[in-house]
Design a protein around this ligand. Structure first.
Ligand SMILES: C[S@@+](CC[C@H](N)C(=O)[O-])C[C@H]1O[C@@H](n2cnc3c(N)ncnc32)[C@H](O)[C@@H]1O
Length: 223
């Protein structure tokens, strides 16, 4: 089993001190929601966010959406050889059932995640497809059985030819950043047994997710 974690994801509800900002209240009202029930999104909330610490790494739910689609719809997941988790920048962990059928419409995904943040599980009753818990990346890594932890970063080393074939002999855990800019926080990077780079320049997280899955599918003989 392979684990892929989307880490430090720019996925959160609007923080308390921005709830009264006009860009937040206006967007929430248009959607018939209370501000605290809505996701922080820099496309709508830039005016409110621009003075926030780390504003350049927050408010991008689309990164998690596209990365999840690129993982959950791949053959490696259809063959049930993959577990995917999301760890958010505010230390929440989302456990995802591999059988989930993610909405193909972004607005519907946003609605789903807003519901998850409100009631901690999706759907509200029956077998959960997504569960939200508190936890740091280290908690997640410690609770998931793995043979090694590999962080994907452009500052890593290029994997050698047999890297993936060797990796899939164990149960590796890969970590991809779910944020738009910068590097992982130091405390998280310390969890890495190794750091690997797929290309000499930064790529979008969902491109990295797809490239990594492709390599793993080939190594596992799925494709
Ligand atoms: C958009 S990047 C993060 C920002 C990027 N470090 C920058 O400063 O532009 C999102 C994530 O994709 C992964 N990533 C991006 N480029 C990569 C590369 N060339 N090789 C391996 N992983 C990469 C890393 O996990 C990174 O945290």
């Amino acid at each position: 089993m392979i684990t892929i974690v989307i880490a430090e994801a720019a996925l959160e509800t609007v923080p308390h001190d921005l709830l009264d900002h006009p860009s937040v209240t206006r967007t929430a009202e248009r959607r018939g929601k209370k501000p605290e029930q809505t996701l922080l999104d820099i496309s709508y909330h830039y005016a409110a966010m621009k003075n926030m610490r780390d504003w350049g790494r927050r408010g991008r739910p689309d990164i998690t959406y596209l990365t999840l689609l690129n993982l959950l719809e791949r053959p490696i997941n259809k063959e049930r050889q993959l577990r995917v988790y999301v760890h958010t920048a505010r230390d929440l962990i989302i456990e995802i059932d591999p059988g989930i059928n993610l909405p193909r419409n972004y607005s519907r995904f946003v609605g789903l995640i807003e519901q998850l943040f409100e009631i901690n599980r999706i759907p509200p009753s029956g077998l959960p497809l997504m569960v939200l818990k508190k936890g740091r990346l280290s908690d997640l890594v410690n609770n998931v059985e793995h043979s090694k932890v590999a962080f994907l970063t452009e500052a890593g080393r290029t994997p050698k030819g047999d890297y993936y074939a060797e990796a899939v002999k164990g149960n590796p855990l890969f970590v991809i950043g779910g944020f738009q800019r910068g590097e992982f926080y130091g405390a998280d990077l310390e969890l890495a047994d190794e750091k690997i780079s797929l290309y000499r320049s930064p790529l979008d997280a969902w491109v990295v997710a797809s490239m990594l899955s492709h390599e793993l599918e080939r190594a596992l003989g799925i494709i």
